[in-house]
Design a protein around this ligand. Structure first.
Ligand SMILES: CC(C)(COP(=O)(O)OP(=O)(O)OC[C@H]1O[C@@H](n2cnc3c(N)ncnc32)[C@H](O)[C@@H]1OP(=O)(O)O)[C@@H](O)C(=O)NCCC(=O)NCCS
Length: 166
């Protein structure tokens, strides 16, 4: 993947496993605090998910988790869940707070899309309605809003795009 890193730092995108669950939990909790604050919702699933639940997700064959390591440190991750034969869902894109805004999230999402199985024709994802930076990022990468659903006091914006390989 290409992202502006620190000169001399080795950046790798790897498939994560159950052995990485603790690091993924720490990363996702740190990253999603801003989402929780902007939606006034501390019960976000990304914050309340337990280690055991995360382990189960990492072991689920229908879900691939990609992670970015900078000189060994896990700085970003994303899950790709296969919904059916032709649809995949991007979940829990997260970058550690001190490395946000340097292109890692965009690059990881693009890498995850490039590594989709060839049968996948549609990629979808969702974010909270107040996540303006996320909505800009997804729009730049070609995602378009399909619909909104209510999540208590705010709405979730659902977006989709045609898979790059289809
Ligand atoms: C959403 C998230 C994954 C994006 O990752 P990121 O690495 O910060 O994103 P990027 O750096 O690729 O893009 C974000 C911004 O940085 C800018 N950027 C991109 N490449 C850049 C670079 N090389 N140098 C500096 N800035 C860059 C982008 O233009 C973008 O700017 P914008 O705010 O004007 O849209 C990350 O911010 C995060 O973890 N947020 C909290 C959790 C979350 O909301 N997850 C998604 C839920 S749906």
């Amino acid at each position: 993947m290409h992202a502006s890193g620190v000169v001399g730092v080795k950046i790798e995108t790897l498939q994560l496993t159950v052995a990485d669950a603790g690091e993924v939990l720490t990363l996702q909790r740190a990253a999603y605090v801003t989402e929780a604050l902007s939606h006034n919702d501390l019960a976000l699933p990304a914050l309340t998910q337990t280690l055991d639940e995360l382990r189960a997700e990492l072991a689920d064959p229908s879900c691939v988790t990609w992670g970015v390591r900078e000189s060994g440190r896990l700085v970003a991750s994303v899950r790709v869940r296969r919904v059916d034969a032709v649809v995949a869902e991007i979940r829990r894109l997260a970058v550690v707070p001190d490395r946000q805004g340097n292109g890692l999230g965009s690059a990881l999402l693009a890498t995850a899309e490039q590594r989709l199985p060839s049968e996948i024709t549609t990629v979808r994802l969702f974010t909270g309605e107040h996540s303006e930076a996320n909505l800009r990022l997804y729009s730049r990468l070609g995602y378009r809003e399909t619909h909104r659903t209510s999540n208590g006091a705010y709405q979730l914006v659902h977006l989709a795009k045609t898979a790059p390989s289809s």
